[in-house]
Design a binder for this molecule. Structure first.
Ligand SMILES: Nc1ccn([C@@H]2O[C@H](COP(=O)(O)OP(=O)(O)OP(=O)(O)O)[C@@H](O)[C@H]2O)c(=O)n1
Ligand SMILES: C[C@](O)(CO)[C@H](O)COP(=O)(O)O
Length: 250
């Protein structure tokens, strides 16, 4: 059961406010999108990755992913995230027409652990049509009206924070994006559904959850880059300790 991953990386990253588009911001010497692609391929269950690049940076993105060879291709992204996903998905299906599973990942969730990627793929392979990684909500959540007045306090026990990669049976996502009926059409994504699972929910298809991970957070603001640095430092210490333990056991 072949697996395609699409990586929308064509956003401007306005909230991050860097000099380059967010997916090209370097962390530990590599652009975020390279970390994201590396994570997907390291999971060992993804056959092909399509990156949607900012129109003005296609050659930079092509050069950045060259090391991965023919397993990674690049398309020009669109105006909104949904447009980029649609363009990458359409291209991925021509590269790997027999694919049965599609992952939609954010370049901005560059440090998603391989365990999360594998559990999403395994869940779709087991027969579920749509699978998303989620985390419980730690804060109290308020619903407000247009004046900013609080109108409700939803029970957070029934709420989840949604991450990527989101996994789909290929026909389910293809239909949700209207790829068969209108291959050159616009993305049906709207302000009301900011993730791909939202589109699938609208078509009445059940969406299932697996456990997400705190390391799969979306790099959005400058503060998040400081969190990435701390996370990578913590990982380096853990890897050093593991090496020492192996050394002592020999
Ligand atoms: N037209 C767009 C907009 C977003 N994305 C991608 O979708 C992912 C999630 O979007 P987000 O984190 O919101 O990124 P930006 O839109 O770049 O951020 P901002 O809203 O701060 O500008 C990112 O990897 C981003 O590059 C995309 O491929 N094409
Ligand atoms: C897809 C997503 O990352 C799931 O949490 C999120 O919806 C993207 O939102 P944004 O509007 O692109 O920040």
């Amino acid at each position: 059961m072949s697996v395609i991953a699409v990586v929308p990386a064509a956003g401007r990253g306005e909230r991050l406010g860097a000099q380059v588009p967010k997916a090209l911001v370097e962390v530990a010497g590599e652009p975020l999108l390279v970390h994201a692609v590396h994570g997907l391929l390291s999971a060992g269950c993804v056959d092909h990755v399509v990156v949607a690049a900012p129109a003005a940076e296609v050659s930079v993105v092509v050069a950045a992913v060259e090391r991965f060879g023919s397993q990674v291709s690049v398309v020009v992204g669109g105006a909104e995230r949904g447009d980029s996903v649609r363009l990458a998905l359409r291209s991925g299906l021509t590269v790997l027409p027999g694919a049965r599973v599609v992952l939609v990942h954010d370049a901005a969730r560059a440090f998603t652990p391989v365990e999360v990627i594998r559990s999403v793929v395994d869940a779709v392979r087991s027969g579920l049509p749509a699978v998303i990684p989620v985390l419980p909500v730690a804060d109290t959540v308020k619903q407000i009206d247009s004046t900013g007045r609080v109108v409700a306090t939803p029970d957070r026990a029934g709420l989840r924070l949604v991450q990527t990669p989101q996994g789909f049976d290929v026909d389910v996502l293809r239909k949700a994006y209207g790829l068969d009926s209108d291959p050159d059409g616009a993305s049906p994504m709207s302000i009301l559904n900011t993730d791909d699972a939202g589109l699938v929910e609208q078509s009445g298809i059940p969406v299932h959850i697996v456990a997400g991970h705190s390391h799969a957070f979306k790099v959005t603001t400058p503060f998040d880059l400081a969190v990435v640095d701390a996370m990578l430092a913590q990982k380096a210490v853990a890897a050093e300790r593991a090496d020492e333990t192996v050394g002592e056991a020999r």
